[in-house]
Design a protein around this ligand. Structure first.
Ligand code: SAH
Ligand code: SF4
Length: 360
C-alpha cells in the first residue's frame, strides 16, 4: 500500500477515536511527509474549530524561582549549573505579577519554578490561598515538580486548580539517559496519577527531539498519554543549554513538534494544548504553526522583566525582553494573522465533564 494511503488510514482511525498500537503510532510518526501533514493538520484544525472555535486561551506564567535541587541533564536550572543566575520572587512580587496580569485579562496564573526547598509546602499553600482570595475569578496552576501526595493535597486544599508536570519521556531507558539516578520515571508517573486523584486538572507532556529520543519513545509517550487522559498536554522541542551536559546536542525541530501537536489534537479532541515558548524559540513562526496544527493555548510571561533572563531552561529563550502588555499585544497580532484570537477566560478543561457525559 502506498505510504500516503497507509497514513491516511491511520489518521482516519485516530479521528474516529481509535487508539493505535505502538507500531502504528511509530509508523504514523515516521510517515511524516507534506501530504500527510496537509491531511493531518486540516483535520486537527477542524476538530479544534469544533471544540473551541477560534479562541486561544492565555495563561500568565510566573516563574517564581530559578533554584532547583534536581539535576536534569537537559535543563539550564539544574543544580550543577554553577553559572546559572538564581533568584526567588517574594509573595508580594508574585501577587504584584497577578494584579498586573489580571488587568490585562489573564484569568489563569501558572506558578512555575525549580524544586526549591526554600519554599516550604506551607509557603506555597499560603501563596495559592492569597492569590485565590484576591483573584477569586482566576484559576491557579502549579508547576513546581515532584512532591508527596500529602503536599499536593495541601496545595489542592489551598485552592490550586491545575498542575503541570511533564512526564518528559515515557520510556524507562530513555528517561534514565535524561536524568540522574536520583530521579525516576516511576515517581514522576505516580505524581501524575496522584494529582489526578486529588482532582487537579492535570498537564503532562514531553520534549520533542531530546537526546537519544527515537520514534519508539514518542510512541511510548502517546500511549502513556492515552492511559493518563490528561486535561492539558505540553510539548515543545528540546533546546540545548550551553552550561549542561547536553550543550552540544542537536535541538528538536518545529516540524516534528507541530506534527505531534496535530496527532495529539486528533487523539484528544478537547485537550488544552499550548503552542509553547520553546516552539516559538526554535522557529519564529512556531506558535502560529502550532495553532494551525490544533493548539489552543499560549502562555505569555508575567514574570518581572528583571528576572526573565535568569529563568533560562535553554538558550535563546524567546520573549524575555518585553513587558507583559507588549507580549500580549504581540501574541494577539500573531494569532490574528492565522485567524485566531486571544480570549479572556479561565479556560478550564472540558475533558472531565465530557468523560462524565460519555459514561451516562
Ligand atoms: N521544575 C519543574 C518545572 C520547571 S521546568 C519541572 O521540572 O516539572 C519546566 C519544563 O521545561 C520541563 O518539564 C521540561 O520539559 C522543560 N525544559 C527544561 N529544559 C529544557 C530544554 N533544555 N529544552 C526544552 N525544554 C526544557
Ligand atoms: Fe529542575 Fe525542572 Fe529543570 Fe529538572 S527540569 S532541573 S526539575 S527546573
Amino acid at each position: 500500500m502506498c505510504l500516503v494511503v497507509r497514513m491516511k488510514k491511520l489518521i482516519d482511525r485516530l479521528e474516529r477515536n481509535h487508539v493505535l498500537t505502538h507500531s502504528e503510532f511509530a509508523a504514523l510518526i515516521d510517515g511524516q511527509s507534506q501530504e500527510t501533514e496537509a491531511d493531518l493538520f486540516a483535520r486537527a484544525r477542524a476538530i479544534r474549530q469544533r471544540e473551541y472555535g477560534t479562541d486561544v486561551y492565555i495563561r500568565g506564567l510566573i516563574e517564581f524561582t530559578s533554584y532547583c535541587k534536581n539535576d536534569c541533564y537537559y535543563c539550564g536550572l539544574r543544580r550543577s549549573n554553577a553559572k546559572a543566575q538564581r533568584y526567588r520572587l517574594t509573595e508580594e512580587e508574585i501577587l504584584h505579577c497577578c494584579a498586573a496580569g489580571w488587568k490585562l485579562g489573564f484569568r489563569t496564573f501558572v506558578l512555575q519554578g525549580g524544586e526549591d526547598p526554600a519554599f516550604s509546602p506551607e509557603d506555597i499553600a499560603g501563596i495559592v490561598r492569597h492569590i485565590k482570595t484576591q483573584f477569586p475569578d482566576c484559576a491557579v496552576t502549579l508547576s513546581c515538580g515532584e512532591h508527596s501526595r500529602a503536599v499536593y493535597r495541601l496545595w489542592r486544599q489551598a485552592g490550586a486548580d491545575r498542575y503541570l508536570l511533564r512526564h518528559e519521556t515515557a520510556g524507562e531507558a530513555h528517561y534514565r539517559k535524561l536524568h540522574p539516578p536520583a530521579m525516576s520515571l516511576e515517581n514522576r508517573k505516580q505524581c501524575l496519577w496522584n494529582l489526578k486523584k486529588l482532582g487537579y486538572q492535570v498537564g503532562a507532556g514531553f520534549m520533542v527531539g531530546s537526546p537519544w529520543q527515537r520514534t519508539e519513545n514518542l510512541a511510548d509517550d502517546l500511549l502513556f498519554l492515552h492511559d493518563l487522559q490528561p486535561d492539558m498536554i505540553g510539548i515543545g522541542p528540546f533546546l540545548p543549554h550551553h552550561e549542561t551536559p547536553f550543550a552540544q546536542e542537536a535541538p528538536g525541530t518545529s516540524e516534528q513538534t507541530v506534527y505531534l501537536l496535530a496527532i495529539l489534537r486528533l487523539m484528544f479532541p478537547a485537550v488544552l494544548l499550548p503552542a509553547t515558548t520553546a516552539l516559538g524559540t526554535i522557529d519564529p513562526q512556531g506558535r502560529e504553526k502550532g495553532m494551525l496544527a490544533g493548539a489552543n493555548v499560549v502562555m505569555p510571561n508575567l514574570s518581572p522583566i528583571a528576572v526573565r533572563k535568569k529563568y533560562l531552561l535553554y538558550d535563546n529563550k524567546a520573549c524575555t525582553g518585553e513587558e507583559a502588555a507588549e507580549c500580549l499585544a504581540c501574541l494577539n497580532r500573531r494569532m490574528q494573522t492565522v485567524g485566531y484570537h486571544l480570549t479572556v477566560s479561565r479556560g478550564d478543561s472540558r475533558m472531565r465533564h465530557e468523560m462524565e457525559e460519555n459514561k451516562k
